[in-house]
Design a protein around this ligand. Structure first.
Ligand code: ZN
Length: 163
């Protein structure tokens, strides 16, 4: 089943408006002409490639889509980095330094989750193998977290991997 003309027109209409402000304008009839040649493909694939190309300032013409090897047909890297959360001693395991859910997932049978005791918050003794894993977690010094740790209004993150 190929993509019908009405759908292609809608895509062409929207794509021509998705061009960056200072980029070459894409005229709708030209976009249509290209889209008709792609009408036997999956709508979602065409739509995604079309808008990736439309958003690409360097894609002067929609003709780039006729090249099946153009990067616009490939998924963008969608790796999502969660926003940094303020360090919260109460939710951080004193043994491994991970938050509760992550501590359970990694070390379930290894140790119990015990929040970092206040008295030792400046000197967390880590097993050597854990210390290297934690290296990239780069947390702010514990002394700065007493006030901005968590306040009740803070976004509560679901701990994720329970299921
Ligand atoms: Zn732990």
């Amino acid at each position: 089943m190929s993509i019908d003309d009405q759908t292609l027109r809608a895509l062409a209409f929207a794509a021509s408006r998705a061009r960056p402000h200072d980029a070459n304008h894409w005229r709708e009839p030209v976009v249509m002409e290209i889209l008709r040649k792609l009408a036997d493909r999956k709508l979602a694939d065409v739509a995604l490639a079309l808008f990736r190309a439309a958003d690409d300032r360097s894609a002067d013409m929609p003709h780039v889509l006729l090249n099946g090897r153009s990067p616009h047909w490939r998924e963008r890297d969608t790796t999502w980095t969660p926003p940094a959360k303020p360090f919260d001693r109460q939710r951080t395991c004193g043994t491994c330094g991970y938050e509760h859910a992550e501590c359970q997932r990694r070390w379930a049978s290894d140790h119990r989750f015990e929040p970092i005791p206040i008295s030792s918050s400046n000197a967390i003794a880590l097993p050597p193998d854990t210390a290297s894993e934690l290296h990239d977690l780069a947390k702010p010094p514990a002394t700065t977290t007493d006030h901005d740790g968590t306040h009740p209004g803070a976004v509560s993150h679901s701990e994720g991997d329970h299921a």
